[in-house]
Ligand binder design. Structure first.
Ligand SMILES: NC(=O)C1=CN([C@@H]2O[C@H](COP(=O)(O)OP(=O)(O)OC[C@H]3O[C@@H](n4cnc5c(N)ncnc54)[C@H](OP(=O)(O)O)[C@@H]3O)[C@@H](O)[C@H]2O)C=CC1
Ligand SMILES: O=C([O-])CC(=O)C(=O)O
Length: 263
């Protein structure tokens, strides 16, 4: 049996926990102190629910962060400093260059790895491969329903309640997008990491009352040729900002622990 630690226990974590492949067990959950009692009631007794990494006295086979960019800032260094591998879903936290450099340094020092999950998008394998021979341009467009942008900085830029037609409300770099929309634009940072970097990846964000899916479009040109990836993701009912595929990408990473062919 392999043992998983989860940081966060919200909409995505619940899907991951309920679908963990055979041979894997959730053994530790890290949540803010104020949530411990609530989360404790949702999990079997053998799962240790705690507020800090230091409270775990054993060694997880994998730590997965499904909690948000603030949780990466709070816990990632402690995980990597223990020599444990950390799979990140809130990849946008790495738009903070100081944090990103510090985490890479700690991981190197302690022989641990920071795994940036593909999350709600696809094609990161091809994009990262294409980079090897040089990319010319990479763009990411995120289109979601007004409901999926609720509670984000988009509320300050347009009237989501009365929107009648699609509206572009952000154009800029992946770094800006990931920092301004921490619960909606982590994938912009993921595209940037796989491709042209945080400052040279162009991002456009759109609120569209005509869509019910979370739509992601990635284009890239380079020495390899051209690619265009379109994805219409079903939002999680418990959190429409989050696409179901993001939870499934966490499960895929977990499955790598128990299968011989890495795919
Ligand atoms: N890469 C991708 O494709 C995607 C990435 N994401 C990222 O995943 C995150 C989680 O998504 P989702 O599950 O839908 O969000 P939820 O808001 O449903 O759940 C977040 C969970 O994390 C907990 N949490 C918050 N802060 C901390 C912290 N500092 N330490 C430990 N736990 C913490 C919350 O606890 P409490 O209830 O107490 O706040 C809650 O249990 C998003 O915030 C976003 O950053 C989301 C979608 C796609
Ligand atoms: O789930 C999605 O559609 C993407 C998302 O929220 C993010 O990148 O933070």
């Amino acid at each position: 049996m392999k043992h998983i630690m989860m940081i966060g226990f919200g909409a995505m974590a619940q899907v991951v926990w309920q679908n963990l492949p055979e041979g894997l067990e959730l053994s530790w959950v890290v949540v803010p102190e104020h949530s411990i009692t609530k989360v404790r009631k949702q999990l079997p007794e053998q799962v240790q629910v705690m507020a800090s990494i230091a409270a775990c006295k054993q060694v997880p086979d994998l730590v997965i962060e499904v909690a948000g960019q603030a949780a990466v800032r709070e816990h990632a260094e402690a995980v990597l400093a223990k020599g444990w591998d950390l799979a990140l879903i809130s990849v946008g936290a790495l738009a903070d260059e100081d944090l990103s450099l510090r985490l890479q340094q700690v991981a190197k020092q302690h022989d641990s790895h920071l795994i940036a999950l593909a999350g709600a998008i696809a094609g990161m394998d091809g994009l990262a491969a294409a980079r090897e021979l040089g990319l010319h341009a990479v763009t990411y467009q995120g289109r979601k329903s007004p409901q999926s942008w609720q509670g984000s900085h988009a509320e300050n830029l347009l009237d989501l309640q009365s929107l009648q037609a699609a509206q572009v409300f952000f154009q800029g770099s992946a770094r800006e997008a990931a920092m301004l929309f921490p619960a909606n634009a982590n994938v912009a940072a993921t595209v940037a990491l796989a491709g042209l970097g945080m400052d040279d990846t162009q991002v456009e964000l759109i609120a569209d009352p005509a869509v019910s899916r979370n739509q992601h479009t990635i284009t890239a040109t380079g020495e390899f040729g051209e690619m265009r990836i379109e994805l219409m993701g079903v939002p999680l009912p418990a959190n429409p900002k989050t696409s179901t595929l993001a939870a499934l990408s966490v499960l895929r990473q977990c499955r790598q622990l128990v299968q011989s062919i890495q795919i």
